[in-house]
Design a protein around this ligand. Sequence first.
Ligand code: PLP
Length: 380
Amino acid sequence: MRAPVPSLIYLDTMAMTDPEPFGRFFLPGPTEVRREILEAQLHPMIGHRGKGMEELMSRIQPGLQRVFRTARPVYVATASATGFMEGAIRNGARRRVLSLVNGAFSERFHAIARACGVTADRLDVPWSEAHTPAALADALDGKDYDAITVVHSETSTGVLNPIQELTAAAHDAGDIAVLVDSVTGIAGAPTETDAWHLDFILTGSQKALALPPGLAFGVAAEPLLARARANPGRGVYFDFLEFEKSCAANQTPNTPALSLLYALAAQLERIDAEGIEVRWARHAAMARRTWEWVAEMRELGIALTLPVVERSRSPTVTCIALPPGASSAPVVAELKKRGFVIGAGYGKMKDTQLRIGHMGDHTVAELDTLLDSLRTVLRP
Ligand SMILES: *Cc1c(COP(=O)(O)O)cnc(C)c1O
């Protein structure tokens, strides 16, 4: 038997009813998307080689440039963020890459470099710690690395790496391209693409931008394009020279996820109305509120801890270690019964930690209702 196809009338009804209030879904990705942004996707299709598309792309670019703090074009790919991680290597690495690893996503960046056929070494610091420019300078000294990979905000641990300082250390060491995964950084943590001289920076739609999954964004500095030109193995789908050409014409290299572009245009208007610096400050305030709450819980006798030292904490995601012997699964499940979603720890910390994604469009007030509920779960 075939499942009934939802009618347009049914879709209309869905759009008009609001079953859940905003502010319940605190996964560190995908993040909660506002209904008005979801509804922006209901816009009819247009041809992607016509004037309408050019108008849409020219409307999107300035907003994206303000988010990335760049005068360069912002590439928009129909892909998850991993697509541009691969693109970063294929366009930006020549022979030998050093991957800064301190969590699961930086480990993935290293694995991608290897899979793309370049020699890739790793510089490890313990998970829950940040990389330092001094150790990076040591690791680069006397070696022939031509690129580094680094993750801005390690979503698996809640660590923020000092990207500006690490980039300066890499550039001081020679002609080294800095390839930055800022998937949970951009639009939540202060990020200055041009002022920090980042060679390539990428993000995805479903984290601090608070859009549905499916788009990747990236910015390549001029020197990186020279590398791309000399790089015959850069492939087709993530060829930065193709993105460069199509951006200049307000086009995309191939058929874009048009519905997501409508959502993006609507969301960029919201982000502009708030202002990117105010958005960063809101994320910092949500992170601070979460840390304060952990201290309050300790005063109540619940031995929660923050595994990351304060100066290295990400403003978009906080990892909280549970008291010894406690397990994350029942906590996450109890919270779900109360209408809230948070993450368990990542990978090897799955059982012992909780992860709260306070990013995107959430506010301190909404976060407070989550933390109140989490308190009653932990202290019945
Ligand atoms: C989510 C995430 C990714 C992977 O993004 P996809 O969109 O799933 O490809 C990569 N890096 C970081 C830091 C992330 O948080």
